[in-house]
Design a protein around this ligand. Sequence first.
Ligand SMILES: [Zn+2]
Length: 190
Amino acid sequence: MYKKEMNKRLDKRSDLIDAFYDYPSGIRDQIVYLDPNESILPEVIEVINSFRYELTMSFENDEGEQDFLFTNGEQAILVSQSRKLGAIFIDTRGTDGVIEQVLSHKCLECSSEDIVESILHAQRSEVDEKLVEMGALDYLGTFDRLGVPQPNYRCKKCGFRWHHLRDMVRKDRSVLYKTLLEKSNQDLNC
Ligand SMILES: [Zn+2]
């Protein structure tokens, strides 16, 4: 019976947003893809489905703006495609963070794992500075698109950019630095 209610098409966008916020709250996270090509949305949906989240509601307006609400019965994921803003927004609350890792730690456009994270210049540590020198980290440049958060990931291969909210938090990268340093030392010794 539950299946029969899958993908209810709503007339009002606000009903879908309300439904998302009706799910229990938890740590909020958001991923935003900038200037996505046509293959990104199906790819995002495939990842979400692979975690056993199913589409329960959708909405589409005349301008081709689309919203999708996925749920596993306990948590919900909101996917919104805005052609006007040139972005796809993925909002989660209370998930364990694994889906977000899958969606943000590889390029969804070209599948490359050669991606680089950007951080606020003012938040850099000494280790961060060394990582920037090594090309393993970037500083956030200027970005000005109203309604779209600053991208903090970039694919080195194709230039695709995206924002991952939880990764904007300042973190200790000394383990990453040590790993990269050991790897480059090994390469030198070979
Ligand atoms: Zn790419």
